[in-house]
Design a protein around this ligand. Structure first.
Ligand SMILES: Cc1ncc(COP(=O)(O)O)c(C=O)c1O
Length: 265
């Protein structure tokens, strides 16, 4: 049997079209066995053969090879640098909102998904994180609403349910001039139609339960980040919360998204 142990494809697949990126994934095949259908590593812990001889995997709350393949594939598709696959879209939204601290100010689309709005009201507000929900298609209103404490602008575009559209590039420019980061919930368009990080946004979140999964049989969330420092902060929060996507969602997402892309043709 060919020894794939040293095989790790770290390329970003820039020369491929999005459909081909989806088909090829990150490694594409299992580095250990060469399995074409990426195996689901259903294990909680990983053995270290010796102090010197470690595989790089230790405990599945922190890292799992199958989840890692999905996360690296989402980085390639969204053109980001770090990704986290978690147990639901709301787990993804919560992970990102956990970057905010008491005294920070959040601006978010006035027609966001109800769960996001609930999280702001029920979780952030009691922790003294202030917020304004506004129509983010109105850039003058955005400029008037920003304060020196505004740390994050959370855009859903198009929004659920009213399908309001916001200009990610223009909002990102205004946000960055005011030292705030931009998060885009890209659930409805997926990277097939919109790649917010290429338009200036800092973080993308998905409910993978919707078009990424596409078949109504997986509950999942994805966070993709451009900036390595923000990625490291989220990595620590993610280890702490333990919201990493469970085994049954791992590969279903990438396999099903292939179908979703080709149906969009
Ligand atoms: C735009 C959007 N974001 C986030 C979520 C939350 O996703 P989940 O149901 O996977 O937690 C939803 C759910 O409908 C949604 O429509």
């Amino acid at each position: 049997m060919k020894n794939f142990n040293d095989y790790k494809d770290n390329s970003r697949k820039e020369n491929l079209k999005l459909e081909s990126k989806v088909v090829h994934g990150a490694n594409g095949v299992d580095p250990v066995t060469g399995a074409m259908s990426y195996p689901i590593y259903q294990t909680a812990t990983f053995k270290h053969h010796s102090i010197e001889d470690k595989s790089g995997y230790n405990y599945a709350r922190c890292i799992n090879p199958t989840r890692e393949e999905l996360e690296r594939t989402m980085c390639i598709l969204e053109e980001g640098n770090r990704a986290y696959a978690v147990n639901s879209g709301m787990a993804a939204v919560s992970l990102v909102l956990s970057l905010l601290k008491p005294g920070d100010h959040l601006i978010y689309s006035d027609d966001v998904y109800g769960g996001t709005c609930r999280e702001v009201n029920e979780v952030l507000t009691p922790y003294k994180i202030n917020s304004d929900s506004i129509d983010l298609s109105d850039l003058e209103l955005l400029k008037r609403t920003i304060t020196p404490n505004t740390k994050m602008i959370f855009i859903e575009t198009p929004t659920n349910p009213m399908m309001k559209v916001a200009d990610i590039s223009a909002i990102s420019k205004i946000a960055h001039e005011n030292s705030a980061i931009v998060v885009v919930d890209n659930t409805f368009l997926t990277p097939y139609f919109q790649r917010p990080l290429t338009l200036g946004a800092d973080i993308v979140v998905h409910s993978g339960t919707k078009y990424l999964g596409g078949h109504n049989d997986v509950l999942a969330g994805i966070v993709v980040v451009k900036d390595k420092d923000i990625g490291e902060k989220l990595e620590i929060q993610n280890y702490i919360y333990g919201a990493g996507l469970r085994t049954n969602g791992f590969m279903d997402i990438t396999k099903r998204y292939k179908n979703t892309c080709f149906k969009n043709e």
